[in-house]
Write a protein that binds this ligand. Structure first.
Ligand SMILES: [Zn+2]
Length: 466
């Protein structure tokens, strides 16, 4: 299994620190607004990695942080006129609802920044003791010139940088490295709102970057195997995480850095003012979680994904074909011949599984793996002998692969329609085949009244609940 490691900029064979176990950390949400679909592409990418590692037999220890204190949460909670906690609790809940709606598997830990302050203070103290950091008016800054490896992840060149140039904000310009704040002195306003923690160097709160360094170490140890995030986090966030963790503790921080590309809408960066800004809730009003997952899967995580209405329609149609295949398989199995297990057909099924695995082993090539699943579906349709045991095993394999992609597995969504309704669908198919469209339409209307909608495809008719 190979992953493209941003550290080194090449595909590398994956070797975990411990046999059979993987420690995984993904940068989580800053809980200050409704997450947009670009955020969810990033969480979805971590989910795909999580699920595939488990499918490969690894025991995965997975942590994702919740940033519930930073420049943005403090600013926007004030604007909303509520306490920081009330504000961030609301958006933390929204975040988890989004994960569930998209069928994203939960991580093992979701540490919150405000609940891990002692670990952060300890980390800052280590940096001060090693003179990698210095105090100015109660804030603590990392002296990036003292960390010779600074820039190794992003390729940032310190060249002309002035010594002592300091950056106070959490998210600073991409081309402007500087000594960054690992700890920020409390402002008068923050003291008034009681947003501060006591430290040996005064009242204040953590900088954004220190949160991930401290919490990943606490949950997963140091070093750990894989760290993921969006490409926009490579610099400064991840570069700074490395400087903090490796500087403070003198050991490697992370072995593999995996970064997911951006999502744009109609070829442009999402922005509220351009009116092309979508939250997950916006999308779920029109599309199912399967269709959204399918869209994400059809583009490699290291490629930019351009969200357009036609692309979404294509994804919906791809997902519908797979759902229809599951439905048809049940029908084939119900009508299959009992007999000796068909080894030849099962060898074909195995071949498709191997193709799926090879695609995923090659830096999680989900578009190629998705094609292997469609090939398997075509094999099933082409399979004429229709022997029962082989079909049952083919279904099991198809289910297993769909599970890696988190598709069609929510409870209740594939509940059986009941024989009477299924018989109606078959009756309508027969009518269509005989070009009796009047009868076909009347059956369609009859089913619609019972809350069952039909979509016609060359392979047959798919039903779904209204
Ligand atoms: Zn982070």
């Amino acid at each position: 299994m190979k992953f493209f490691n941003t550290l080194g900029r090449e595909k590398q064979e994956f070797k975990p620190l411990r046999d059979g176990e993987v420690t995984l950390y993904a940068c989580g949400p800053t809980v200050y607004a409704l997450p947009h679909i670009g955020n969810f592409r990033s969480f979805f990418f971590a989910d795909t990695l999580h699920r595939y590692l488990e499918y490969k037999g690894y025991k995965v220890k997975f942590a994702m942080n919740i940033t519930d204190i930073d420049d943005k949460t403090i600013r926007d909670s004030k604007e909303a006129g509520v306490s920081l906690k009330e504000f961030t609790d609301k958006y933390t809940k929204v975040f988890f609802e989004g994960l569930d709606a998209l069928n994203i598997k939960r991580a093992d830990f979701y540490p919150k920044a405000t609940e891990n302050i002692p670990e952060m203070i300890d980390l800052v103290q280590h940096l001060l003791d090693k003179e990698l950091a210095y105090i100015v008016n109660g804030s603590v800054y990392y002296s990036i010139h003292k960390f010779p490896d600074y820039g190794k992840l992003s390729g940032m060149d310190l060249g002309q940088l002035e010594h002592g140039h300091r950056v106070d904000v959490d998210e600073y310009e991409k081309d402007a490295p500087g000594d960054f704040a690992v700890w920020k002195a409390a402002s008068a306003e923050e003291i008034e709102r009681k947003i501060f923690f006591d430290t040996p160097w005064g009242k204040g709160r953590p900088g954004w970057h220190i949160e991930c360094s401290a919490m990943s170490r606490k949950e997963l140890g140091q070093p750990f195997d894989i760290h993921t995030g969006g490409v926009d986090l490579i610099f400064p966030h991840h570069e700074n995480e490395i400087a903090q963790s490796e500087g403070a503790y003198g050991e490697k921080f992370v072995n593999y850095w995996l970064h997911g590309e951006h999502l744009s809408v109609d070829g442009r960066k999402m922005s509220k003012s351009k009116g092309n800004y979508f939250t997950l809730t916006d999308l779920l009003e029109k599309y199912s979680y399967n269709e959204i997952r399918y869209l994400f899967l059809s583009t490699h995580y290291r490629d930019k994904l351009n969200y357009t209405e036609p692309a979404m329609k294509n994804a919906a149609s791809g997902a519908a074909k797979l759902e229809l295949a599951l439905q048809n398989l049940d029908f084939f199995i119900a009508n299959a011949k009992e007999g000796k297990e068909d080894k030849e057909f099962l060898a074909t099924v195995e071949k498709r599984k191997t193709e799926f695995n090879e695609a995923m082993d090659d830096d999680l090539d989900t578009p190629r793996a998705l094609r292997a699943i469609h090939e398997l579906v075509s094999d099933i349709y082409r399979y004429e002998a229709k022997e029962k045991k082989a079909l049952e095993k083919a279904k099991e394999s198809l289910r297993t692969l769909l599970h890696v992609f988190g598709l069609f597995e929510k409870e209740g969504e594939r509940e059986a329609l009941g024989e009477a309704l299924m018989a109606k669908i078959k009756e309508r198919e027969a009518a269509r085949a005989a070009k009796d469209f009047e009868k076909a339409d009347s059956i369609r209307d009859e089913l619609k009244k019972k809350g069952v909608l039909l979509d016609d495809f060359p392979e047959g008719t798919r039903w779904r609940r209204a």
